[in-house]
Design a protein around this ligand. Structure first.
Ligand SMILES: C[S@@+](CC[C@H](N)C(=O)[O-])C[C@H]1O[C@@H](n2cnc3c(N)ncnc32)[C@H](O)[C@@H]1O
Ligand SMILES: [Zn+2]
Length: 290
């Protein structure tokens, strides 16, 4: 790890791969580059931008408003038990070598918690990289967590990590590209996924006519991962929260509904809601199982 005044602290970039040619990246001041001389900026906020800037990206990440709402909601602590469960699953499944990677890392809350958990048990915690398509998310997380690395990248097209570089990949309410997860994970490493069950925030969704959560996510995910992974421990974390009106608005503003209607009539009272999130761990099989 090294630090420069304006560009924050970026973890050792040696595990990152060039999105053009896939060779390893090296750092040179406020840029990173590969041996083919493809070169990318480290932003002042401290994140690395590995998008190709060809203007052809169809997918978009969260907006600055969504990231702000998410940070406020998470800081209020409503999802702390989920965050703890994800961190515990990562700590239990990390094989002791390889970096930690979070896909769709948002504010970096889950990467932070998992890294802290590993630091308690391992003498030298592994390098940690969060990947998000949103510059606003990368910027927010990089400013908050100077000792973790953040990258702007579309993980659905490519996770810019070298083959077998990761000991654990986590994805909380975020994309889980199966083949790419398999490629970047070392045999014996794990993928930890967190996703809402149909019971998650059911009352709130019904009251405001928000997008609902489909059934059968775990089965669908297991099926997609089957060529490379075996299913490990799964738990559903479920509890009631007393949701303050301002936080209900944040919850809507940070999610997919933010791009649709928002709330016609903002809430005025604290309501009881249920959090219901499945945390599932999958084990990356060795090459002989492939
Ligand atoms: C629902 S948020 C979850 C953020 C964080 N994991 C959390 O639990 O607080 C989903 C995040 O995934 C990012 N995202 C969506 N599609 C992506 C993609 N193809 N590649 C990388 N990030 C993506 C969004 O920008 C957003 O920050
Ligand atoms: Zn290159």
């Amino acid at each position: 790890m090294h630090s420069t005044g304006h560009h924050g602290t970026v973890s050792d970039v040696g595990l990152l791969s060039c999105p053009v040619c896939r060779h390893p990246l090296a750092r040179d001041g406020s840029r990173v580059h590969c041996r083919e001389a493809h070169s990318f900026d480290i932003a002042r906020a401290g994140y690395v931008n590995l998008t190709l800037g060809d203007g052809s990206r169809r997918r978009v990440g969260d907006t600055a408003e969504m990231v702000k709402a998410r940070a406020g909601f998470l800081d209020a602590g409503y999802l702390d038990p989920v965050c703890d469960a994800v961190a515990a699953a990562v700590a239990a499944g990390h094989p002791g070598r390889g970096c930690l990677a979070e896909l769709g890392s948002g504010t970096g809350a889950h990467l932070r918690a998992a890294h802290d958990r590993l630091a308690q048990t391992a003498p030298g915690p592994p390098p940690a990289w969060g990947f998000d398509l949103s510059k606003a998310a990368a910027s927010s997380s990089a400013r908050r967590h100077r000792d973790l690395g953040f990258v702007v990248a579309d993980v659905e097209s490519q996770i810019p990590l070298l083959d077998a570089a990761a000991g654990a990949v986590m994805a909380a309410f975020a994309p889980r590209p199966a083949a790419e997860c398999a490629r970047v994970l070392a045999p014996g490493g794990c993928l930890v996924a967190a996703f809402a069950t149909p019971r998650h925030l059911e009352r709130l969704r019904r009251r405001w006519n928000l997008l609902s959560v489909g059934e059968g996510k775990l089965e669908a995910l297991s099926k997609r991962l089957e060529p490379w992974f075996t299913a490990g421990e799964t738990q559903t974390v479920e509890y009631e929260i007393a949701l303050a009106p301002a936080d209900a608005e944040r919850l809507v503003a940070m999610g997919p509904n933010a791009r649709h209607d928002g709330l016609a009539e903002p809430p005025t009272e604290t309501t009881r809601e249920r959090i219901s999130v499945t945390v599932a761990r999958f084990l990356r099989q060795g090459p002989t199982h492939r």
